[in-house]
Design a protein around this ligand. Sequence first.
Ligand SMILES: [Zn+2]
Length: 1067
Amino acid sequence: MASPVPSGVPRPGGNPSFPPPNYNMQRTSSDSIAAGMQNLQINRPASMPNQPVPRPAPFAPPPFAAASASSAPPSAPFPGSAPVSRSGPPPAGFQRAAPPSTGPPNAASVRPSGPPPFGLRPPSPAALPSSPLMAGPVVQPSITPSVQGPMSNGQPAFASGPPYFPPSGSAQQPLVGPPSVGLSDRVPQVPPSIRPHPVSSAGSASHGPPSQLVPPPPTLYPAAFQPPPPFSAGQGMPSPPTGSPYGAQTWPMQPPQVTPIPGTQPPRMFGMPPPPPPNQPMNSMPPSMSPLPVAGAPAAGSSKIDPNQIPRPVPGSSMIIFETRQGNQVNVPPPATSNYIVKDTGNCSPRFMRCTINQIPCTGDLLMTSGMQLALMVQPLALPHPSEEPIQVVDFGDSGPVRCSRCKGYINPLMKFIDQGRRFICNLCGFTDETPREYHCNLGPDGRRRDADERPELCRGTVEFVAPKEYMVRDPMPAVFFFLIDVSMNAIQTGGTAAACSAINQVIADLPEGPRTFVGIATFDSTIHFYNLKRALQQPLMLIVPDVQDVYTPLQTDVIVQLSECRQHLEQLLENIPTMFLSNKVADSAFGAAIKAAFLAMKTTGGKLLVFQSVLPSIGIGALSAREAEGRVNVSAGEKEAHKLLQPADKILKTMAIEFAEYQVCVDVFITTQSYVDIASISVIPKTTGGQIYYYYPFSVLSDSAKVYNDLRWNVTKPQGFEAVMRVRCSQGLQVQEYSGNYCKRIPTDVDLPGIDCDKTIMVTLKHDDKLQDGAECAFQCALLYTTVYGQRRIRVTTLSLPSTTVLSNLFRSADLDTQFACFLKQAASETPTSPIPQIREQMTNFCINILHSYRKYCATVSSSGQLILPEALKLLPLYILALVKSIGLRADGRIDDRSYWISRVSAISTPLVVPFVYPNLMAIHDLVSKQETDGSLVPPSKPLSSDNITDDGIFLLENGEDCLIYVGNSVNSDILQQIFEVSSINEIPTQLVLQQYDNPLSKKLNEAVNEIRRQRCSYLRLRVCKKGDPSGMLFFSYMVEDKTPSGLSYVEFLVHIHRQIQTKMV
Ligand SMILES: [Zn+2]
């Protein structure tokens, strides 16, 4: 069936100068804080046309005929091109049913004219490119008669272009939210064209040739092969031998404890394969195996192992240039957490899609034997590296892209043209189709079409097609942003309302400009208050909806207004709201009724609903109860059924969410609270509508306002799309088993995404339904049909082709650690609400044991039972699994809301963020100045997560992509305290920290490091100070996952445990 197409293009950046989050932030500190915020800023087109356009008809019965304005702006060529300015009329617009506004177009004059937000914004080394748009030039099939003119599809699909990594040249512009990839400042320095392609085999992705099972002699790895951060060996660890990314080659176990194994290899711990040649193709991968002599003596063994020598992530900051294919061969991608620049030479960039194994087992039995998971992590709008070529947009005109007539797969580089180009064979289903006459081209001597290199769809793994009419159920929807704010007593008193209003007010300037941007606002406590923002009114008019059981929306046409028409009223209102409700004594919150009412207002268009909530929804539709407390009272039942508190309380919110999704309303919920709000129930709404939860607990207006603002800004400015539909197709022999992520599914094959953005990832598990042919390639194609924020309908097609194999050891060599682990993490999170914790922990541990057992049994030649043999590519799996079973989500002592948030966060988390989320980065910061980094990195090297690395005279920073904990030891030198915090003793450090930058090198370096981490993570991490001996210190130490705890094994013990289990299975 014709698959719906997804849409969406990320949006080009935002206005470079907006007001900083000034709310409640001391001016003195704003610089340092502001410095970090710039990260989230994106450029946007310098100007958008502003004219009324016809409004698209809603999905449902179109109320009015929609005119289609299809002329799209020219796409901006990639780097260095002119700022994305759109010429020509805007894409299909939106015209209110109500009388057209007569006011002037942009009410720009009303906009705040304050100083640019972050004064100190470091001139980014990597300044923003003048053109944020990633999408490349539109390529128009030259032979296609039906295509008119040069491509005019609109906005460059920006998707690709992360604004943050700007090409040099625009130093004035603020950095934008960085993608998770490498350090931008280093990026530009890597001349892609000059560097060799080091690696496909770096780091965790190890590859090895099939037949060799004995670990090769230690070989030095060039730095470029080292696995990249986020982990690096800390200063506290013995530095690994140069050249060996994985640390020492020898296994320093004390002789007596080692069970001597005659004839087996020396206690070398990590056999490193020789460095593969650049872009090592899969079939020539070196062998890989890591024998770990953890042996035989179960209990005794553990204490004898030198913890400094067991497998740990190693730093690797060198930039890797990765070509996805070379000739006929597929290259193994670098680890998701590494710094790399992709050259799409026929397979998609691993940023968009990566598989848990880079060779596909020919049969389900072989897969089962390996113990591994077969799944794809799909992040269709992922931010590319600024040095990467933008995604090209192709316009086939009214006929639409060429597709297989049987499976509807899209034309891609692996479709084979035969019979002088008159026919082509689908690489997904094997069907042979006639080539459309206008698309015909002769074949060259190499059997390829002569125009293959000129056509992006025939030489790139990812392209974006302009969607013709048949891919639209209605005209592309406008960009609608509806803000819903809790003004109940608690929200007002804790500052949640003020923080929300301030953030929204500042973010208004970042919304897409033009006639297609609409906004609405409402507040709620035990009733709902809409506001008529029509310009004609003297001031916004409040419209109260008292009935929170059977909600309705007043004056539907007046509550959602063109931004240009109401900017002034909106700003005025946002300034007034905190005061208007200052003495509000209403404690109840009609959250469910409020979102329902807002939804009714948005129903005809769809759009983003951004909700700011501070307390437990207590009244009206979808009201919840404080069941966490009830659970505590009934302890015995509580322990047994604790996981039930992680399930939604009832189906009311879920039912509402499905309806929201049907009308393309995507909901994000910002929870600023100091109490239990039942995230398990609330999170169903964002999860089902493609949105997400933002959680600020315990909310502090002083230290969290900046984060609320930055999160909101990134939310509205990041590359994203609306009303999307996604489907993954795969070659015959395989089929999609299940999708997992934040979406709504109404038919089995597709997922509906009212909202999809660059950070969201969808896991796609696969299963065999037939045998694959050994050696043949197996393809996976993701098609995302979406609408860009500027109203273009696009189809982003991402194709990945991988070789299949019948050899088990090939699977281990080509296993992708980050992706495998992401798969385990997501599985654990999805099961947490339905299974007891011990069961999930055991299941995760068993996954790990089964994989290692399979490798030990079928692939390792070592006969000794005294060694734990780890496949090179997966040698960090035990460490990550250990961290997983100790993580917040799987700890019985965790707060219910913390665990529910963890589950909701994991649901759509991207692969590069998975490892740091579970195994955070720990860095020493007290010696930042004395230990000059050598690689130019602003972020200090990481240390293993063991309390052995924490000293009383040190200050340490731990970050997991969400939070940043700063641990201050008890006996830190007062000079250091003075430099970093401007206090003389630890007791004077405020718990609600607002990191400031003082005039000294240490403070400067710390701020640089924090800002860099925020940039890399695309997230304005929360800062919290932790001190020894109080709860914050315990929180910090709970992340030391390698330690032994009352309920958990140490890392060494865990290895011994796994080894013992494998031995048992071997017998
Ligand atoms: Zn097909």
